[in-house]
Design a binder for this molecule. Structure first.
Ligand SMILES: NC(=O)c1ccc[n+]([C@@H]2O[C@H](COP(=O)([O-])OP(=O)(O)OC[C@H]3O[C@@H](n4cnc5c(N)ncnc54)[C@H](OP(=O)(O)O)[C@@H]3O)[C@@H](O)[C@H]2O)c1
Length: 244
């Protein structure tokens, strides 16, 4: 674990109420980001291609229908926001994936154009350094996911990281390990890696929102995980790889 610390809330004073744009808002992490942001008093614009299935209603919530790879959609959405959290995701596929890098490119351009600064994006611990303590099975699983099962997704996430980190924005790249719908029990963050294999989406959502009031990871990468969370390999394989 490198410089890991537990952070239930940002330490830079009280939370600021922002007009927050959430991409990937209708995903299991995005929905939690939206709900927690509303609970914290933010105004939220939630972008989804499927507004009819978006379950949250609130007088401080504006559900935007659109595709995050559409320049006009992103330009208009960014114009009405102070900060952006991007939790867009794609299922593993053998076909090329572009949604991470395409949306990142449009976000960086639009935020620069509209002079918006704070951008927090989710990629994956699969882009980070391998766990030096991982056994043979762990190393083989990582290789299988990175080079075969999820290669096109990881490649596009890497493209997103390049675009975001080359920008002049106040960006933070957040890399969780395997996500689960287990209840959040508090997260740990670190500069590079955390000795934990899973992250509860509830904790990830809280961590993403905490970044709005915390500058420790501005223009940096943060690993995040839920320490002590245990999930069976079979559950993970079924719910997060095969069933998606
Ligand atoms: N699952 C894991 O174990 C795992 C591990 C590490 C990192 N991650 C990353 O963590 C993030 C959250 O993952 P998750 O599993 O909670 O969510 P997810 O199932 O990957 O869903 C993300 C949402 O992105 C939206 N989306 C996809 N393409 C879009 C497009 N072109 N325009 C607009 N929206 C689009 C979809 O909503 P609509 O269809 O409603 O538009 C989808 O519900 C993702 O970045 C994922 O890659 C996941």
């Amino acid at each position: 674990m490198t410089g890991s610390r537990t952070s239930p809330h940002g330490d830079a004073g009280g939370p600021r109420h922002a007009r927050l744009l959430v991409l990937g808002a209708n995903g299991p992490t995005g929905r939690r980001v939206v709900q927690q942001a509303l609970d914290r008093g933010h105004r939220v614009s939630a972008l989804t291609r499927h507004p009819e299935s978006f379950p949250i209603r609130h007088d401080r919530l504006h559900v935007l229908a659109g595709d995050a790879t559409d320049e006009r959609v992103i330009d208009a959405a960014v114009a009405g926001a102070d900060a952006v959290v991007c939790a867009i995701g794609a299922s593993f596929t053998r076909r090329p994936v572009q949604v991470y890098s395409a949306s990142a490119r449009l976000l960086v351009e639009a935020m620069t154009r509209h002079q918006r600064r704070r951008l927090v994006v989710v990629t994956s611990s699969g882009l980070g350094p391998p766990d030096p303590d991982a056994g043979v099975v762990g190393r083989a699983f990582r290789l299988l996911m990175r080079q075969y099962v999820g290669r096109t997704v990881y490649d596009d996430m890497a493209g997103m990281e390049v675009l975001v980190s080359a920008s002049d924005l106040d960006w933070t790249i957040v890399r969780p390990p395997g996500l689960t719908d287990a209840p959040g029990t508090g997260y740990a963050v670190a500069d590079t890696e955390i000795d934990a294999a899973f992250c509860a989406r509830e904790d990830l959502a809280g961590m993403l929102l905490d970044q709005l009031d915390d500058d420790r990871f501005v223009r940096g990468i943060a690993a995040v995980a839920t320490p002590g969370l245990r999930v069976g390999a079979g559950y993970m394989l079924w719910h997060e790889v095969l069933k998606r």
